[in-house]
Design a binder for this molecule. Structure first.
Ligand code: PGA
Length: 253
């Protein structure tokens, strides 16, 4: 049985005081029960303190980005082993903001995926189409290209130790959520594409939905058979909003 993963992507928000308060609120309010886990991904400077605070609690810690290189002369970059060293278990790779604003290619995302796993991190691989791509009817082709770039380099077996997040770009930060049916269609497609290579990996894969997920729409999305959690931006910045989504996950297990 797949566990839900409710993951907060804080993006470039918070201060040290605000992140301490936010994670304290999340630790305090995480619903008890089985079948789901809760993850926060703060900005780099706050990860170590948040991980320290979260140690021994039900809250997991991850990062929003990582270098594809292990170490060396890469000014401004953060190595996967450094993230492990400060308490990260997960790392987001290929977020649409990285792809669109910083020009990360699918090949680079695949290299980050491999480097993250080599250091013992679980990558959360983000895929998703823009509005133009959806309207042009190329949603599945776009997602296939993003997925295949990783499958070709890492191999299907590596996907067993990863998470996928489907994030339609048009739904991120816009308040426009994909309907549960729209999301489920793409999640089903992703799982089927993995199943064509390995049914067990496909069956165990947690596929998160991301894009304006909030307390009010979480139950409908999480109720879909192929949606295994959420990657949450805006609604992860207030403990009560984030916990409402965690509660919706807990209620379904
Ligand atoms: P959003 O962001 O919840 O603010 O739409 C999701 C994401 O970008 O991961």
């Amino acid at each position: 049985m797949r566990e839900f993963l409710i993951a907060g992507n804080w993006k470039m928000n918070a201060t040290s005081a605000a992140s301490a308060e936010l994670v304290a609120g999340i630790i305090d309010g995480v619903p008890s029960g089985e079948g789901f886990s809760v993850l926060v991904c703060p900005p780099f400077p706050y990860i170590a303190a948040v991980a320290e605070q979260a140690r021994g609690s039900a809250v997991l810690v991850g990062a929003q980005n990582v270098s594809e290189h292990a170490k060396g002369a890469f000014t401004g970059e953060v190595a996967p082993s450094m993230l492990r060293d400060v308490g990260c278990e997960y790392v987001i790779v290929g977020h649409s903001e990285r792809r669109a604003i910083y020009g990360e290619t699918s090949a680079q995302v695949a290299a980050k995926f491999v480097a993250a796993q080599a250091a013992g991190l679980t990558p959360i691989l983000c895929v998703g189409e823009t509005l133009d791509e959806r309207e042009a009817g190329t949603t599945e082709a776009v997602i296939d290209e993003q997925l295949d770039a990783v499958l070709d380099v890492a191999g299907i077996d590596a996907l067993a130790a990863a998470v996928i997040a489907y994030e339609p770009v048009w739904a991120i930060g816009t308040g426009k959520t994909a309907t549960p049916e729209q999301a489920q269609d793409v999640h089903r497609h992703i799982r089927a594409r993995l199943a064509a290579q390995n049914e067990a990996v496909a069956g165990g894969m947690r596929i998160l939905y991301g894009g304006s997920m909030k307390g009010e729409n979480a139950a409908g999305l999480l109720g879909q058979p192929d949606i295994d959690g959420g990657l949450i931006g805006g609604a992860s910045l207030k403990a009560a909003d984030f916990l409402a989504i965690a509660a919706a996950a807990a209620a379904q297990k």
